[in-house]
Design a protein around this ligand. Structure first.
Ligand code: HEM
Length: 123
């Protein structure tokens, strides 16, 4: 299963596509078929992000269980805030707080990912 664990390329591909799909869905008009389809594909990418992240996690986390644990949690939270933003938009509920939480959790998740030893290391 080296494609999942030898490099972070697959994981990076999944979350980059996921974020792009999220931004596209978020600016599309509510209730349209197009938005529903983009949201559906995004949900598939949630799974791919989690699966590709979990492979890395189970292979490498023993080196720093706490930081890897927080990375895992923050990744899941980021996905949660994307989903909550879209669902709340659909229901015409306020989303400003969700956007802020999304950006904060995204920044923390990326910081932790680039800090951890596998793949790119910027921090
Ligand atoms: C939108 C959500 C996510 C974003 C933006 C994100 C971002 C990142 C980034 C920037 C990296 C560093 C890649 C590199 O150094 O080459 C990374 C690595 C990683 N991610 Fe995620 N991730 C997300 C979700 C997840 C989830 C849900 C999990 C766990 C199931 C996870 C587990 C990991 C692991 C274990 C690594 C390897 C860390 C290392 O050893 O360097 N990620 N992620």
């Amino acid at each position: 299963m080296g494609v999942f664990t030898d490099t972070t390329h697959l994981h990076i591909f999944t979350w980059v596509v996921g974020i792009i799909l999220f931004l596209i869905a978020a600016v599309m008009a509510k209730g349209t078929k197009g938005r529903k389809i983009v949201h559906m594909i995004l949900r598939l990418f949630y799974i791919l992000i989690i699966v590709s992240g979990a492979f890395l996690f189970f292979k490498w986390s023993s080196s720093d269980a706490m930081l890897y644990g927080i990375k895992f949690l923050m990744g899941i939270l980021t996905i949660g805030f994307m989903e909550m933003t879209l669902v709340r938009q659909n229901k015409n509920k306020p989303v400003t707080v969700m956007w802020v939480l999304f950006f904060i959790s995204l920044l923390v998740t990326m910081f932790l990912g680039f800090k951890l030893p596998v793949g790119m290391k910027f921090f």
